[in-house]
Design a protein around this ligand. Sequence first.
Ligand code: NDP
Length: 483
Amino acid sequence: MTETKLNYIAGHWVAGDTNIENRNPSDLSDLIGHFAQASAAQLDEAIARAQEAQRIWAGYGLERRQSVLQAIGTELMARAEELGRLLSREEGKPLAEGKGEVFRAGQFFTYYAAECLRQLGETADSVRDGIEIDVRREPVGVVGIISPWNFPTATAAWKIAPALCYGNAVLWKPANLTPASAVALTEIIARQDIPEGLFSLVMGSGRTIGQRLVESPGINAVSFTGSVPVGRGIAAAAVQNFTKIQLEMGSKNALAVMEDADLDLAVTVALGGAFGGTGQKCTASSRLIVHHAIHDAFVERLVAGAQALQVGHALDPATQIGPVVSQTQLDENLDYVALGRSEGAELACGGTRLDRPTEGYFMAPGVFLNTTNTMRINREEMFAPLTAILKVGSYDEALATVNDTVFGLTSGIVTRDLARATHFRRNARTGVVTVNLPTAGTDYHVPFGGRGQSSYGPREQGKAAAEFYTTVKTAYIAAGVPA
Ligand code: NDP
C-alpha cells in the first residue's frame, strides 16, 4: 500500500479529510503517492498559529535567520539529483531540467540567506530642526503562497525564501498536480530551527483551500503564480481585506528574428524558448516573428529541429521533451491545434499525440506557419509545445507585432545589429527582454515580472522582492539636547 503524505500544519504532520492520487505523466501506471487535502479548519488553525510564530521569527537575530535559509539552500543543492528525479517523475520535465530546477531552488535560498544580513534602511534629516528620520522595512506578516505545477520547486523557492528572509510566516498551497515536490521541500524546511507554526503546507484544491486562503483576513499578503482568470479572482477576493497581492500570470512571448541574425543561433534560441519544458513556461516563445528575408531558411531549419527533438519519458536520458503535465492540459493543447487550423494557420509539423512504450501524455512539438497576430493562437496563452511563425517585412513591423498583445512578460530579438538590439531593448513593452538569447531562462539575483496581464503588483526575485515581503516604517526622532 502506498503511504499517504501528510500536510504540515502548525508544526505537525497531519492527515486531511480526503486524499488525492498523484501519477507520473510519463507513465500512468506509476503511482507516485497519495496526498492529504487540508480541511478548512486545518487552514484556519495554521493561519492563527502563523501569526504568533511570525512575531517570534521576526525577533530571531539576523544570523539565526540567515543560517536557517542557508541550511535549506545547501540541502536542496546537495540533493538536486534525488529531488530533481522526483520532480521530473511527477511533473514530466526531462531529468536534467528537474535537477537544474532543484539546484536553482537551492540558490534562491542561499541568495536570500545572504540578503538576511544585507537589510539596510535609510536615514534623513527632518525638515524640522532637531529631528532625525529613520526609514526601515518590517515584515508584512503572514504570507499565503500559491504556486503552480510547471516549476513546482523553483517558483515556491523564489517566494518562500524572501518571505522568510524578511521575517514573515508562510502558508504554502502548492498545485495539486505536483504535491510530492512540495512535501519534499517542506520536509527540509520543517527540520530547521524555526518557531512552530511559522511554515505550513496546506495541500488542497485551488477552488476550495486556495480560495479560502486568499479570502482569509488573517493573511496579510498573497503571492500567486498561475493563470490569468485565477489571478483576477485572487485580486478581487484580496481587495475585500486589502490583502497585499503579487500575481505572476500568463504571457504570449515573442521572439523577433531579424534578417541579419546568425541563423543557427536563431534556430537554437527559438527551439529552446518554444519547446523547453514542453512549452509549459510563462516565458515560452510562443510567437516567432520572422523577417521575410530570412523566413524560408529559418522555417526549414526550425521545422527540421522540432521534428528531431526526442519526445519521451522524462527519466530517459535521451529525452529532450517530456510529456504534457495532465490529460486536461493535453486536451487543451490539441484543441488549440484544431483552432489554429480552423483559423487558417498551416501546421508544418507535430501537434499530435504520440504513443510511447509507457502510457503518458506525449505530444509532438508543433509549428504553425502563415499565421497572423489576430488569430487566437497568437493572442491566448497555450502553455503547450506549440509555436507560431509570423512573417514581417521590417524591424518596425516586428517590434509593433511583439508589442501587440495584452501580455508583457518576456520578449527577445536575434540580430547582429547593435543599434536595433538597443532600440528593441528599450522599446519592447515587456518586463524582461533578451538579446540573442531565448525568452525563457532568467537569473535569481535580479527582478522578474511583466506588464499588462502578465503581472500585477511588485516584482519578484533579487532585492526587488523586498517591496512585496516588507512594509515600510518611517520613524521621527527628536533626541533633545544633551544635558
Ligand atoms: P491555475 O491558475 O488554475 O493554478 C495555479 C495555482 O492556483 C494552483 O496551485 C491552483 O491549485 C491554484 N488555484 C486554482 N484556483 C484557485 C482559486 N480559486 N483560488 C486560489 N488558488 C487557486 O492554473 P492551471 O494549473 O489550471 O493551468 C491552467 C493554465 O494556467 C495553463 O494552461 C497556463 O496557461 C496557465 N499557467 C500559467 C503559469 C505561469 O507560470 N504563469 C503556471 C501554471 C499555469 P490547484 O491546481 O491545486 O487546484
